[in-house]
Design a protein around this ligand. Sequence first.
Ligand code: ATR
Length: 276
Amino acid sequence: MDRYAVVGHPVEHSKSPYIHARFAEQCHQPVTYGRLLAPLDAFLPTVREFAGSGARGCNVTVPFKFEAFAAAAQASERAQLAQAANLLRFDADGRWFADNTDGAGLVHDLQHNAGLELAGRDLLLIGAGGAAAGVLGPLLQARPRRLVVTNRTLDKARELVQRHAALALAQSVELQAAPLDDCGRGHHLVINATASSLQGGAVPVAGQVLAPGALAYDMMYGPPAAAFLAWAAEHGASGRDGLGMLVEQAAEAFAVWRGVRPQTQQVLADLRAGRG
Ligand code: ATR
């Protein structure tokens, strides 16, 4: 069996072991996948020990995505843009390869599961931390007309926009940073990539950012997504939580490790039905 795990702190509630077990079964791959709690000050020793024991790779979750990227010898282009990794692959030569499948997972969930075409649309991304950095590149690659990044700390949004300026230009996307109280109105898609709900904070933008019929997407799922989804409903928008993104980023990760992308529909339906 080839061993993988999700490394994080906390990690006990992660649904990744369930998702990857389903994928392994479906694709007939000899994969086992567990959970690994890393002490906050010992991410690297924890992963080194896991890799040294013959494991093949790991997913990385909060708060270690930046450390994982920094620790790898090689990184995909999308991980380099994000400066953060949600997966490591331990290669046969002993080197670690870092990748970030969060953005691909989000875009796949939006376009295939939610049926939202991103090309030509106006998007608002709220947040400029690790979660936002992980998805901006793939969102630009879907070629929206305009993408505004807004954040409580405006300088962080500006830095993120600056780092993605060349990609935006190449994709002909109008990419801007803007303050929370002046981030435009009438966006077709508004994505919440902040941690504000975890701290009991209100949605930090006005309802007018939503176009009629807009989709409001929270990258979290379960109770942390509830306030944002309630805000969306209050303003007449559709809401979607990040459960589909979770499953799709896992399918992308499985493909990076195993060379085959699993079907996701049934696994997502089962998670929505409370299994897993
Ligand atoms: P993550 O990796 O989950 O993105 P992070 O890097 O700490 O975590 O980023 C958290 C994001 O949520 C940031 O965009 C943060 O805004 P700042 O950059 O100004 O800190 C945002 N955030 C957290 N609490 C918030 C609140 N109460 N209101 C608005 N934005 C908030």
